[in-house]
Design a protein around this ligand. Sequence first.
Ligand code: BGC
Length: 263
Amino acid sequence: MHRHHIGIDVGSASITYAVVDTAAGRPTGPVRKVPTPDPASPVAVAEVLWALVEALSAEPRAPHPEASVGVALPAIIRHGVARSAAHIDDAWIGLDVGRFLTDRLGRAVHVINDADAAGLAEAHYGAGRGEAGRAVTGTVLVITLGAGIGSALIVDGRLVPNLELGHLEIDGAAAEVLASAAARERQGLDWPAYAERLQRYLSHLEFLFSPDLIVVGGGICVDHEQFLPRLRLGTPVVPAGLRDAAGVIGAARHAYLALPPLG
Ligand code: BGC
């Protein structure tokens, strides 16, 4: 088992990546970004990933060449196969992404939904971390606010994968159409108006799941003081501790823990 893994988080606008020390749950160097190709087809994204993995591997203190790579995608991922594609090309749907990227990159790649990656990272190393570095006991709901809304449910440190709570219908529309960071910008909402949207959404999630903790992540969290204090919930709500590195750290952790691919 290797301790250092490359973690990559493919977003609609940028691809974030870093070498991660999976024991510490921290990047070993800078967290970098490159633009996501447009269209974000599997072939175009794989080319970018290949180039950045090559570049990282040539750096001093690169991970072992046989250490697997973790990739987070905005897609439902069932046993390595994408079952949806949000804000990336539809050509991902039905693709065995793990196998495809393993072929293209020439090293073992393990794939995970982006919010699941962020959730795992927050639960084990970030805002959902309990005493002695363990995940908080109980039910932790991690919600990421970006181009869409991502969600992860972690129960006693274990992930319930592929929850798509951004697509939960609220007042006749998908929650992410009403309350994502992109929706705030698109609709020109000020912070109090945006906080009202989140209040409606998160109070519904609170009613459905009775979580012990809600962690809110996504790039918008640099401004968390503008909207989190306005929420009135019975559950503690905290900003993500790992900021925009959560996806990368969770992807690397997923690679560290995953079994070697078959075949
Ligand atoms: C997708 C999820 C993804 C989330 C955040 C949603 O639109 O359906 O799979 O985790 O966006 O990127």
